[in-house]
Design a protein. Structure first.
Length: 144
């Protein structure tokens, strides 16, 4: 192979490799930013899709993929609403039945935590618990 052909071949390989590298890095940056931007300001426990948005998305997908008409969409929406209400009632009754046991578990955890703290840490822990309780009530109302 002559020197000019070898030089052209190596240049072509270098351009191809650098393009692949830039493409891979760009793709990685794009996917990381796209995924992370969904619920950036929410704590991990609160990062979930809005139920109403999910419902609209499901209805739109069903309209397209199952070819539902407006009457059927309305009926499916009513069925989904009734199902949500049934789950809410079930969750409420389970919460009421489990509340005493849940409260006992929380109390045990707090007692064990207090037992390992030094005396000067106890007021700080009590303040921390009060702050957490206030935050919980702010986000969840008065339910536990």
């Amino acid at each position: 192979m002559s020197k000019s052909k070898l030089s052209a071949f190596l240049s072509l390989i270098l351009v191809f490799a650098s393009g692949a590298l830039v493409g891979a890095v760009g793709y990685r940056l794009y996917t990381v930013n796209t995924v992370a931007s969904g619920n950036v300001n929410l704590p991990p426990s609160r990062q979930r899709m809005d139920p109403e948005e999910t419902r609209r998305r499901i209805l739109a997908e069903m309209r397209e993929k199952v070819q539902l008409d407006d009457q059927q969409i309305k009926q499916v929406d009513e069925i989904m609403g009734a199902t949500r209400e049934q789950f809410n009632q079930l969750r409420k009754s389970m919460d009421e039945k489990m509340k005493p046991e849940r409260d006992k578990i929380w109390a045990t955890q707090m007692e064990k935590t207090r037992a390992i703290l030094r005396p000067e840490q106890l007021p700080l822990y009590d303040k921390y618990r009060a702050d957490r309780e206030a935050e919980r009530k702010k986000h969840h109302g008065d339910r536990k």
